[in-house]
Design a protein around this ligand. Structure first.
Ligand code: GLP
Length: 645
């Protein structure tokens, strides 16, 4: 970095800015791009942009469209080069990047079609090399890239430069990583449909851009982002090669930044304000570093790990140890809805009222049991009035094979019964549609309806294991999802209104929700945003005064231990029930054999819950089989994590 770097960012080899959220980051970058275009227009020069696909830049493109429509920003002199394209897909394919770019941006601005360049994924194998060479030549002929926009894949890829790509790699045909293909599985309605190859600009090609901005939103990117920013550059993490570039920046949200040292372990990179939350985080970290239970931490452990300052402020060690031990201990409860008639001073949830009205929001069927199947069962057993709200039907995630099996079953039923059941006509229609569907066609309404029904059936079966009565289940089928497609979802007033109406009808004492730290363009991220907006609308309602909002996680990631505010232990039996419940979401199991490194959702959930219990055990608390963890939604406007300085 040329300019002054604050102490807290000394480990960062790439200037990284933590934006308040994805929207703010995209707004800023769009403004910068507009300024660049206007400056070049004035000088009579064209502007050459390198563009990316995926969820990450979607909001950026919406902002550019807005600037074009509302502020007259013209793209007549803009030339674009996209990073990559799946190999073997025709341009018309719904998942081709050519089509993606036209739907998300080019069709809505005044860019001349001849200025748009996307690698050609349709050239025969024998001509790929020449086609890639020409692509590079065209970039050079245009004067080189003024600005390259990037996202980052969970493997650390930029473009489709998977681990193993060299710093000097050029535009070429590549093989996609298993994890990348799995991440793309939803878009392609099944992993088996995801192409195995792609054409991508090389790392070397990208590094020739005069300026590079990488965007990352959501916690799924946190680990790989921190490695790219803080670890030495390596082939195993192609994004780390950006470190050598003279004008590279990362714009990220708080969730994507959460693994950076200045956010995760700020005491290691300078002096900090030792708030109680930070002290707890540091002590838990220290215990894990030295592999000791909290109560066995010594003065020297603190001082050897950059935490002497904390001891001066809040020590001596044993006293601090006891305080943190008690705090952690108080997160554990077998009474997630509060223990009736008990002293609740140190319990995560209040005793009264009992029973409580509890609402569990689940973005799609299965998120509920994956995140909190055991807790759900407890809440019901402990007499609370639990309502599960499935915000979306989840029909986009049901493979055709499942729908076909269901229609077969319905047709069979109609043949064996004497009269024609009412569903026979419908089944016949869907059966025909499934047969007529070309690969990757989007689903007509009837197929989506049937797939939604499949997920309803699975959800009911799963909730039966959790002892939830069918009458307690609501399927909200929010319009953003029913009318939308992946990467094209947009929240509408009707979505928020539907959730507001449900909340006002049910007047919950407890709400469980998820998706806060997910990619804001994902189904879970959007579902959370809808709940957030609905809670803002209902803020003045009387019932909200007595309502707590708890957050649960996807099985892929647990809360940081020190952030957990309620830890619900599961007995071996309860864990088995939970797995059985998840197992009922049959349509959500992987469609192709998974490699050893990739797990099914139920395996992830089991591992995660066991791992959380193990950590509690290692910290010296208690040895449970498994734990489901929650934290409370921070009040509106308050910062979840110190964003670093
Ligand atoms: C895709 C693209 C990348 C993109 C990345 C992340 O496969 N080839 O250019 O940056 O993976 O995708 P998303 O933004 O959807 O998380």
């Amino acid at each position: 970095m040329n300019s002054y770097t604050p102490e807290s960012q000394q480990r960062e080899r790439i200037p990284t800015e933590i934006c308040s959220d994805a929207e703010a980051g995209c707004l800023r970058l769009a403004g910068e791009i507009a300024a660049l275009i206007r400056k070049n227009d004035k000088a009579g020069r064209s502007t050459v942009l390198g563009l990316a696909t995926g969820s990450t830049p979607v909001r950026l493109y919406r902002q550019l469209i807005r600037l074009h429509r509302e502020e007259g920003l013209s793209f007549r002199r803009v030339i674009t080069f996209n990073l990559d394209e799946y190999y073997g897909l025709p341009r018309t394919h719904p998942e081709s990047y050519w089509r993606f770019m036209h739907e998300q941006l080019f069709n809505h601005i005044d860019i001349p079609p001849e200025n748009v360049n996307v690698p050609d994924g349709t050239v025969p194998r024998g001509e790929v090399f020449e086609s890639c060479r020409k692509y590079e030549q065209k970039i050079r002929d245009a004067g080189g890239l003024d600005l390259q926009v990037l996202g980052i894949g969970r493997t650390g890829h930029v473009g489709f430069n998977e681990p193993g790509s060299g710093r000097d790699s050029r535009t070429r045909l590549v093989t996609l990583d298993n994890l990348t293909r799995r991440d793309a599985a939803r878009d392609f309605l099944g992993e088996a449909n995801v192409p195995h190859h792609a054409i991508t600009m090389g790392v070397g090609t990208i590094l020739e851009a005069r300026e590079i901005v990488l965007l990352a939103w959501g916690e799924a990117k946190a680990r790989v982002l921190a490695a790219a920013v803080e670890q030495p550059p390596a082939d195993s993490l192609p994004a780390s090669f950006l470190q050598g570039h003279p004008a590279v920046r990362f714009l990220v949200d708080a969730a994507a930044a959460s693994e950076l040292t200045r956010v995760k372990h700020p005491w290691l990179v300078g002096s900090v304000d030792w708030t109680p939350a930070l002290a707890r985080r540091a002590v838990v970290w220290l215990a894990q570093q030295v592999r000791k239970p909290v109560l066995k931490l010594l003065e020297e452990h603190y001082s050897e790990h950059g935490m002497a300052e904390l001891l001066i402020e809040q020590g001596p060690a044993y006293q601090l140890n006891i305080r943190i031990f008690n705090e952690l201990q108080h997160t554990i409860t077998g009474w997630p809805g509060g223990k009736p008639n008990a002293d609740d001073t140190h319990r995560p949830e209040r005793a009264a009222p009992h029973p409580k009205r509890v609402v569990v929001f689940s973005p799609e069927p299965s998120d509920d049991v994956l995140g909190m199947g055991g807790t759900l069962r407890r809440l019901v057993e402990q007499g609370h009035e639990v309502t599960i709200i499935y915000q979306t039907s989840g029909n986009l995630a049901v493979p055709d094979e499942e729908a076909a099996m269901a229609t077969d079953l319905m047709l069979e039923l109609s043949r064996s019964a004497s009269g024609q059941p009412a569903g026979a006509e419908f089944a016949r229609k869907v059966h025909g549609q499934l047969g007529a569907k070309a690969a990757y066609d989007s689903d007509p309404d009837e197929i989506r309806r049937l797939k939604g029904l499949i997920r309803r059936g699975e959800a009911r079966a799963a909730l039966k294991i959790c002892t939830v009565e069918p009458g307690q289940i609501r399927f909200a089928d929010l319009p953003f999802y029913e009318k939308g497609r992946y990467r094209q979802f947009r929240i509408g007033d009707a979505d928020v209104a539907a959730v507001v109406a449900l909340l006002r009808e049910l007047k919950p004492h407890q709400v469980f929700a998820t998706g806060e730290l997910d990619d804001p363009n994902s189904v879970a991220g959007i579902c959370f945003e809808i709940i957030r907006q609905a809670l803002a609308v209902t803020r003045a309602d009387a019932w909200t005064k007595d309502c707590r909002v708890w957050l649960y996680r996807s099985p892929a990631k647990e809360w940081e231990t020190a952030e957990i505010e309620m830890a619900v232990p599961l007995s071996p039996r309860e864990l088995a029930w939970k797995i059985q419940a998840i197992y009922h979401h049959k349509s959500q199991r992987s469609q192709s054999p998974v490699g050893a490194d990739l797990q099914e959702a139920w395996q992830q959930a089991e591992m995660r819950n066991r791992a959380t219990a193990k950590i509690y055990d290692q910290l010296g608390l208690a040895e449970y089989e498994a734990i489901e963890a929650f934290r409370r939604l921070p009040a509106e406007g308050s910062q979840r994590r110190p964003a670093g300085r």
